[in-house]
Write a protein that binds this ligand. Structure first.
Ligand code: ZN
Length: 133
């Protein structure tokens, strides 16, 4: 794993959150994107080398809707950049981590992504992401 690529934050209203984070950083998100397969609307802010991803649910079955229902708004996941997501999945499975999707899926911001179950990472949902070239 290379670096923290981004931190994902679950929000109820992305419009409202965009305003708050725009004034926090002093600049607007560089991109907003809907990921239909995940039932989320996202926006991304650059913060130096890393990013902040805001996530709003677009339907009640979305993992983000369920997260907010259980825990409220807040930090949802930490994403780490990897060079080769398939080999990282194999390596991490061997190490005993629970990989939620063993086949990487297409996430927001032109990335292939896979998630590790928080049960195997001390309560933190970990996302692996690899830039799609
Ligand atoms: Zn993410």
């Amino acid at each position: 794993m290379k670096k923290i690529e981004h931190i994902g934050i679950a929000v109820k209203s992305i419009e409202n959150a965009n305003k708050i984070y725009s004034s926090l950083f002093g600049h607007s998100p560089y991109k907003t994107e809907e990921v239909k397969s995940e039932g989320v609307k996202t926006s991304f802010f650059m913060t130096g080398d890393s990013k902040i991803e805001l996530l709003e649910a677009t339907n009640p079955d979305s993992p983000i809707a369920k997260f907010i229902e259980k825990k409220g708004e807040g930090v949802h996941h930490i994403a780490f950049a990897v060079d080769d997501i398939e080999s990282e999945i194999i390596r991490l499975k061997k190490e005993g981590f629970i990989v939620l999707n063993e086949t990487p899926k297409k996430g927001a911001d032109n990335k292939l992504v896979a998630f590790l179950h928080p049960k195997s990472t001390q309560g933190v949902l970990v996302e692996l992401c690899q830039e799609i070239k």
